[in-house]
Design a protein around this ligand. Structure first.
Ligand code: HEC
Length: 90
């Protein structure tokens, strides 16, 4: 049990160490809610149907608003949207 807890703690700490303070939740709340709120991700006829499409759409919206995310930050935004709204899994 202790080992599991340690692994869980390490698992959540490592990605934070590897990047410079990019927080997907804050980014989405501040930069991505100007045109649509989170309902666009959960509407019954949402357009994105898999991880590839999700990443492509995140890149399109990122390009539109000129936030020029790094690849690793695009991945975090995709992970966040997937785990909170789309649930495609890896
Ligand atoms: C300049 C306006 C604008 C901003 C800002 C914006 N988007 Fe979008 N986004 C759109 C439009 C337009 C659509 C397409 C909506 C539709 O199909 O009806 C869309 C759709 C999406 C979808 C697909 C929704 C679906 O149907 O499954 C995702 C995911 C998405 N945006 C992510 C983002 C992210 C991440 C950001 C922040 C980087 C962002 N958007 C910021 C305009 C914007």
């Amino acid at each position: 049990m202790k080992h599991l807890l340690l692994i869980a703690l390490l698992g959540s700490a490592l990605p934070a160490l590897a990047s410079d303070n990019f927080d997907a939740a804050t980014f989405i709340a501040t930069k991505c809610s100007g045109c649509h709120d989170e309902r666009v991700y959960t509407r019954p006829d949402h357009r994105v149907q898999n991880r590839q499409q999700l990443e492509a759409q995140v890149r399109r919206c990122d390009a539109n608003i000129g936030t020029t995310l790094f690849n690793e930050d695009v991945a975090k935004v995709v992970d966040y949207l997937d785990s909170h709204y789309y649930h495609f899994g890896q």
